[in-house]
Write a protein that binds this ligand. Structure first.
Ligand code: SF4
Length: 462
């Protein structure tokens, strides 16, 4: 084992594990006796992962556990009764204050706090993907924990095998949650096995995922998810580490279910460094190009430059990709920013041409174009269009002096139907490239709307 110096000022967080959870003992104080701490060298580990490793190391030290006397049933009956579990009203909670307090805490601290507060009334939602990190972190906290997963009946075989591997690795029993057999039977009888390709995933997801989850959560007071802010910046960009669940009710009724997102601030790369360094079991699908894991018919592998959410429901667009499970995330982009903030309109840049309805219609139908150009079909009130405001203006600036023009067309209200029927628009914003000397146009297929992605899309046609 090799000594790794740890800057004392950089980790003042209590992270020493004991049999009953994390002791409130500062790592700094550990360092005081010796300015170095013995950790296995973990190349590329983040600060959070180092803290986790440190706690695992300390937890691994043998403890003197006093032997419990074996009592006869009569003696057991004379033992003082255990204190009753905390009732809902006993946990006084200010979720916003708690979120603020926990915002800079490590996933391990957040997990420890959650499990410590709720005991048997909280469970980890495990999706069979890289959110196995949650189980690893719960395991490191040394507290008892529950894990449940939704078995929709449509998962990949790799995922079912992975569940079993995780159960063995952590010596736990996952609580499997199944959809109502009658509802599934009716759906498949009425619409077949793949209706979601025709009329969207919502109906099937409601039956196989949302309703079973809702039922499960009604038996809990709190739950833990693997959601991260970088998974879907539009809707999860402001995801708090802890919040009253905006979508589901818990055992104590509406607006009482506390949802923890210990991985909220971690990036995709940080999660993977953590999983690799901690030697955590991995779903085989990840080695086959799957960044996201879900039901077999609705999940696919992605290319290196694609966003992980592009592997889910690829025939639909971003706005509809937040499942009912996480629908509350969409509240993060509401209320829609007032149009006045944008001067009443979006993409206000002198280099961006504003098309009229007639011009837009003509562009879509013309048989020969003299110039190539990009047009964004948008609605000023749409949060997704608003989120792209700076990037689209920057795109216009970058393309100044090139033979490509940048334009915008307001596609809501009376223009909406025309854009849907003639310009392949399904949601706002829709970005189209009209090549020179062509009768066709190309729809931007990605959900990445940052300046570099938009720019490389345009440059690929020049
Ligand atoms: S992900 Fe696809 S198969 Fe799974 S529940 Fe949703 S629509 Fe149905």
């Amino acid at each position: 084992m090799e000594a790794v110096s740890w800057p004392a000022a950089s980790c003042s967080v209590p992270l020493v594990s004991s049999g009953s959870g994390l002791k409130q003992t500062s790592l700094q104080s550990t360092f005081k006796s010796s300015s170095r701490v013995w950790l296995p060298r973990q190349g590329g580990l983040s600060m959070r992962a180092y803290c986790a490793v440190a706690s695992a190391e300390v937890a691994a030290e043998p403890e003197q556990v006093p032997l419990k006397p074996i009592l006869t049933p009569a003696q057991q009956a004379l033992q003082p009764a255990k204190p009753p579990p905390a009732q809902s009203g006993e946990i006084e909670l200010d979720p916003e204050k708690l979120a603020e307090e926990m915002n800079t805490c490590s996933p391990l601290e957040i997990m420890d706090r959650a499990l410590g507060m709720y005991g048997n009334d909280i469970a980890i939602a495990f999706g069979g993907a890289e959110d196995v990190a949650l189980i690893e972190i719960a395991h490191q906290s040394a507290r008892p924990y529950r894990v449940f997963t939704l078995d929709t009946g449509r998962m990949n075989p790799e995922t079912y095998r992975f569940f079993t591997e995780v159960e063995r690795h952590y010596n736990i029993q996952i609580e499997y949650v199944f959809p109502d057999a009658g509802e599934v039977e009716k759906l498949t009888k009425d619409k077949g096995m793949f209706s979601f390709y025709q009329d969207g995933h919502e109906e099937c997801c409601n039956i196989r995922r949302i309703r079973p989850l809702s039922k499960k959560l009604q038996g809990l007071r709190s739950w833990i998810t693997g959601q991260r802010r970088d998974q879907l910046p539009v809707s999860r960009g402001k995801l708090p580490v802890v919040q009253i669940d905006p979508s589901f009710d818990g055992r104590d009724g509406p607006e009482t279910l506390l949802k923890w997102n210990p991985l909220a601030s971690m990036s995709h790369n940080e999660i993977w460094r953590f999983l690799t360094n901690m030697n955590v079991p991995i779903n085989e699908l990840h080695t086959k190009g799957f960044a996201s894991v879900g039901c077999e018919p609705c999940t696919r592998s992605i290319l290196p430059w694609q966003h992980e959410r592009e592997g889910r429901w690829w025939w639909e667009e971003t706005n509809s990709k937040e499942l009912g499970i996480n629908k509350g995330n969409m509240n993060n982009v509401r209320p829609y920013r007032r149009q006045q903030e944008f001067g009443g309109d979006l993409y206000n840049n002198p280099s961006i041409i504003k098309f009229s309805r007639e011009e837009m219609r003509a562009l879509g139908k013309t048989t020969s174009r003299e110039k190539s150009g990009v047009v964004c079909l948008y609605a000023p009130w749409c949060p997704h269009c608003q989120a792209m405001d700076a990037a689209y203006k920057e795109l216009a600036t970058r393309l100044e002096g090139t033979p490509v023009y940048i334009a915008k067309f307001r596609a809501d209200g009376v223009n909406k139907m025309m854009c849907q029927q003639e310009l392949m628009m399904t949601t706002f914003p829709t970005i189209l490239f009209f090549p020179k000397n062509s009768t066709k146009f190309i729809k931007y297929p990605s959900e990445r709307r940052d300046i570099n992605s938009l720019h490389s899309f345009v440059m690929s046609f020049m």
